[in-house]
Ligand binder design. Sequence first.
Ligand code: DQA
Length: 145
Amino acid sequence: SRIFVLNGPNLNLLGSREPEIYGHDTLDDIAGRLEDRGRELGLEIDMRQSNHEGHLVDWLHEAQATGAVAVLLNAGAFSHTSVAIHDAIKAIAVPVIEVHLSNPAAREAFRHHSYVGMAAKGTVAGFGADSYLVALQAAAGLAGK
Ligand code: DQA
């Protein structure tokens, strides 16, 4: 069983980007931890990042077309702006779990609304890199693992 882990804009800079908010782990560090936990759960991790909205839309379609069992999605700032990503989540049957390192509800007002969260199965936010691991556990539950 395969899980897509999709990451949006600026998350390629994780580790050096505002570490007081996002921590010191890089996206590769997080991928390594997800792969280790995935191995234990019997789940294969397909981790990707793009700064381009349309890539995230294409990858959501691909998750469905290739039979992924769940998607973890940290759409970054697109969470707060993208009707296209909202519609893509609605367009597929694969469950999508929204992930954030920080807790957007405790930050600026422009982060309080999420088009992703409105369409997602659920949201994990505020636990740094651990948000991804908690979301993976939830995905395992959805996949019957
Ligand atoms: C983020 C929160 C978003 O508001 C922000 O635009 C990001 C990162 C997070 O993981 O905490 O780029 O998605």
